[in-house]
Ligand binder design. Sequence first.
Ligand SMILES: [Zn+2]
Ligand SMILES: [Zn+2]
Length: 307
Amino acid sequence: MRITAAVMEKADAVLARRKIELEDVELEGPREDEVLIRVTSCGVCGTDKGVIHGLEPFPTPGVLGHEGAGGVEEVGSRVTMVKPGDRVMIGVPYCGRCRTCRRGEPRYCQDDMGLTFSGYRLDGSSPMRRPGWEKLAGRFFQQSSWATYTLALDRQLAVVPEGLDVDLTGPYGCSISTRAGTVLNELKPYPGSSIAIFGTGGVGLAAIMAARMTGATRIIAVDEVPERLALAKELGATHAIEHGAGTVAELKEITKDQLDFAIEAAAGATPPVIPGPGSQRPGGREANRPTDFATRRVLLRPARAGG
Ligand SMILES: [Zn+2]
Ligand SMILES: [Zn+2]
C-alpha cells in the first residue's frame, strides 16, 4: 500500500545532520506475526535525535520513530493478541526465542541490536520501499513509526484500555519504560531509602513516578528548570534541587550524607556533576550510562534530557 513516511537521507559527513523529508513510499502487508497499524501519534526521543546527528547507528535511506501508537488495521495469519480496531501502543521489540526472552526478560533480548538499530527484520528484509523498489531501512525498533502506517511485531504491542488517550501512550514504549524499569526492576528502592534523579524530562519524570510506587521516602529531583521541578513535585518528588554549585551539598543535607540511589536521566549531558567519593552511602547504586558508571559521575544538562 502507498503510505507517507519521513525518510532520512545519508549525510555528507559522519556527524552531519541528516535530512528528513516526507515522501510517498510503499509498505508491504503484514507477515504472519506482524500487525499493520495506522499511526496516529509518535514521540520524538533523544535516540531519534542521536541518529539524525550521526551519533547512533542506522542505515540510510531509512525511517525513524520508535514511540508510535495508533489503530490496528490488519493482522498477520498467526496473530492472536490484537485484532483490527484495537487501539495499541508500540513497545520495544524482542525475538521471543532466545535464552533471555524465554527466561522472561525480553528487555535483555540477545537480538536487541538487530531488532532496534539494524533497520531491517532479523532476516534482512524491509517492508518499506521507495516507488522504483529502492529498499528503505523501515524497521527502526521494528516499527519506524514516523509514517502514516507501519508494521510492528504482535508481541511488541499493548492494547490501550478505554478511557486512555491512545495518542499519549507512545512514550510508554521508550522513555517511560526505560527509567521506570530502571527503578522497579534494577534499583528496587527499599522502604525508607533515598533516590536522586538528575534531569526531569520524560525519562526522569518516569523514574520519579516509579519511585513513588516504591518504599523510597526521599525522591529528589535535580534540574536547572524551575517549571520542570514543579511538575516533578506534582508527580511524586519529595524534594527538588535547582541545579547549581550547591547541588551536592543540598543532596548531602537532604539525605544526611546517605544517598542510596542515583539516576542519570539527562542523556549526554554536560557539565558533569561529580558527587565524588562519600556522596553516596557505601553500597549505594547509580544507574547511568556504562561509561559514566565507571567514573561514578552523574551528568546533567536538563534542557537536553532524553525521552
Ligand atoms: Zn530474544
Ligand atoms: Zn527512545
